[in-house]
Design a protein around this ligand. Structure first.
Ligand code: HAM
Length: 494
């Protein structure tokens, strides 16, 4: 291995934004705001180094390199080329030395060294050569010949990564961040469950895990839903303990589940081993009476968690937030501890959670940052909109304020200027790109639900008096340019 490559291999693994992506952080977000009012994942190899991939494919697809000496020697050439190209790619920064690549390369080199001293002269050497070929094959399968990327299934982990990468622990704490955007999960699609969906989320990160923060975060979403008049809103809360008490509860739960294993479905049977908490999530009808008899985590919290949970409930009560305790609310993501919550709404069928969240102290540390407390939530926008639509609370589609019906080249120039001024004054304007007869233009204005049609023909332009037609009653009046703007402003304010 070259010295450069060796140096790179020693670098500790850092969680950083992927090349070509960037974090939008305050104060830059203020600028954006002026313009913009164990999940199934999509993973793929990006930025692969083509010559390495083709060499690796040739090597791993080789049917039997030990068939004869000529083939054996050709194979060895390929492996030696691969090693050389691999080290060059690392040295030239074409390839990251990932944690998988280090043992993979070592394995390939070790086996290649043995292979170099081997011939096919007798059965024993042939066997040794075959073993090496197999080792090389296995090592190549784990080598990552590019960047393994995953479309984000959620954003909490990315927010923690950004907190670390941008040294946000230096800012006044707690740091309050939000995000919105598409997430991707390879789940079975159904009503309210999509493979690409949209979330609006908020996270509070810092040194304090005061229960008032948990309550305030929950209060904020509840207030938002209240303002939207979301119907049938139900807040469920729970505490799932911390690293002191949860492992003991999980063991207890596992022991209890093993006693009734035969009565459980295959998914839950599997989860007894992998993640017994998730059995509590089960919606399978036949399992419900069994689950009802299982021990509740609330009875097994350590003193600190018990006190924290009681204080969160008290803080919610102080804020008038109505909640239901749901001891089965464990949530599907691994990073949670203590407070978990979920909000459901009506009209959504089985996928009725519009928001989920919880506390995740320790996640920043896990990603290589300083000890940091964290809590947050994400709202599923698709479900939020579905629920609002089903209950008739979605805002009606807004028509245009003004449709500009213009005729003639001179009028076109005036219309363009008028559109610009009206838009600047905050009106939504439709400006037809090509000339239309007035009759057709007014029909179009009607279809678009415009409130007014501004009529601009040769007469209007030469007189400096513009005609404004109110489409609801057909009334018409003439205004000078400044008067027209003033009139529309007054109407808008009414
Ligand atoms: P989550 O419960 O996995 O939590 O997702 C939050 C919300 O996103 C869900 O309540 C749901 O409304 C929506 N959602 C999830 N999956 C889908 C899907 N396949 N199709 C449509 N909507 C979906 C999280 O993602 C955590 N990161 C929340 C969080 C933030 N916890 C702490 N901070």
């Amino acid at each position: 291995m070259s010295e450069g490559a060796a140096k790179k291999e020693e670098k500790p693994r850092k969680f950083q934004a992927i090349k070509g992506t960037r974090d939008l952080l305050p104060p830059e977000t203020a600028l954006w705001n002026r313009d913009v009012v164990s999940k199934e994942m999509y993973s793929f190899l990006d930025n692969a180094v083509p010559r390495l991939v083709s060499l690796a494919n040739a090597i791993t697809d080789w049917p039997d390199p030990t068939r004869d000496e000529a083939e054996f020697s050709a194979y060895k050439n390929y492996v030696s080329n691969f090693i050389r190209e691999y080290e060059r790619a690392i040295a030239d920064d074409e390839l990251h030395s990932s944690s998988a690549n280090k043992p993979a390369l070592q394995g390939i080199k070790d086996s290649f060294n043995t292979l170099s001293g081997t011939s096919l002269k007798d059965d024993q050497s042939k066997q040794l050569a075959r073993d090496c070929v197999r080792q090389i094959y296995l090592a190549m399968r784990i080598a990552e010949l590019g960047d393994y990327l995953t479309l984000r299934p959620e954003a909490t982990a990315s927010v923690c990564r950004a907190y670390i990468e941008h040294g946000m622990q230096q800012l006044p704490q707690p740091v309050k961040l939000y995000y919105m955007g598409p997430m991707f999960r390879r789940e079975r699609p159904q009503k309210g469950r999509y493979r690409q969906f949209y979330q609006i989320g908020a996270e509070v990160l810092g040194g304090s895990d005061a229960p008032a923060i948990d309550a305030e975060v929950i209060e904020m979403v509840m207030t938002f839903f209240d303002r939207l008049e979301l119907q049938g809103v139900q807040l469920d809360i729970n505490s799932i303990g911390d690293r002191n008490c949860r492992p003991k509860y999980i063991e207890l739960l596992r022991a209890e589940l093993l006693k009734v294993k035969d009565k459980l479905g295959p998914d839950s049977q599997r989860r007894i081993e992998t993640n017994p908490l998730r059995v509590l999530d089960s919606k399978l009808e036949s399992e419900q009476p069994i689950i009802a008899t299982l021990p509740h985590i609330a009875d097994h919290l350590c003193d600190d968690c018990k006190t924290h949970y009681a204080a969160v409930k008290h803080q919610l009560e102080m804020r008038g937030v109505i909640y239901r305790e749901n001891w089965r609310l464990v949530r599907g993501l691994d990073y949670y501890m203590r407070t978990t919550f979920e909000i459901t709404a009506q009209g959504l069928g089985s996928q009725n959670a519009v928001c989920g969240g919880g506390r995740y102290d320790g996640l920043v540390e896990l990603l290589g940052g300083p000890p940091t407390k964290g809590i947050g939530f994400a709202i599923g926008e698709d479900r939020l909109i579905l629920s609002l639509q089903e209950s008739g609370k979605a805002p009606a589609q807004q028509g245009r304020n003004v449709y500009i019906a213009w005729m003639g080249e001179r009028a076109h120039a005036t219309a363009i200027r008028a559109a610009k001024d009206l838009r600047k004054a905050g009106f939504s304007v439709e400006l037809p790109p090509v000339e239309q007869k007035f009759g057709k233009a007014l029909g179009q204005a009607d279809k678009l639900g415009a409130k007014y049609a501004l009529i601009l023909g040769d007469n209007e332009v030469s007189e400096g008096l513009w005609t404004l037609k109110t489409l609801a009653d057909g009334s018409q009046a003439k205004y000078t340019e400044p008067d027209l703007l003033e009139h529309l402003r007054k109407q808008k304010a009414l």
